[in-house]
Write a protein that binds this ligand. Structure first.
Ligand code: 5GP
Ligand code: ZN
Length: 134
């Protein structure tokens, strides 16, 4: 628990939230500023600022939970698709420094924006990146 972390307080139940699911590791809540109908957030109860601080076991469980809750949202709300979004660092759009996964149901023709302009994979970049994994 981080003293000033809003998601710690929500995950622990100190601040009330529209909770879709809860177990000993997670709370899944509706986002207060939804991108679409059904936009939900998976919050681990134990504080981790981002993906890189999250224990492997929690990371594994989080994806299984995303599949399950995302599936219920998609089916129940008759959505046409679902985005999982998970931001790490301000540059990536993270505004709350407590790991979370966005579940964003998508509807044909909606105005949700999770797109980017495709660039081009340059040779230099490609070599530099491939080298990291050799
Ligand atoms: P981020 O930009 O960090 O990936 O996402 C933070 C998300 O948390 C945003 O979608 C924002 O609407 C949501 N959010 C911020 N504060 C609260 C809150 O107090 N309650 C709920 N339910 N959602 C929040
Ligand atoms: Zn926290």
């Amino acid at each position: 628990m981080e003293e000033n972390c809003i998601f710690c307080k929500i995950a622990r139940g100190d601040i009330s939230s529209a909770t879709l699911y809860e177990d000993e590791d997670f709370r899944v809540i509706l986002d207060l500023g939804p991108a679409s109908k059904g936009h939900a957030l998976i919050l681990p109860k134990k504080h981790a600022a981002n993906l890189f601080e999250l224990p492997d076991e929690t990371a594994q469980k989080a994806l299984v939970l995303a599949k399950r809750i995302g599936g219920t949202l998609k089916e129940g709300l008759h959505a046409d698709g679902l985005n999982l979004v998970q931001n790490n660092g301000a540059a990536a759009g993270q505004t709350v420094d407590h790991f979370h996964i966005h579940l964003i149901p998508r509807y044909q023709g909606d105005t949700v924006n999770v797109k980017w302009q495709p660039g081009e994979l340059g040779e230099e970049d490609k070599e530099e990146i491939l080298k990291l994994f050799r």
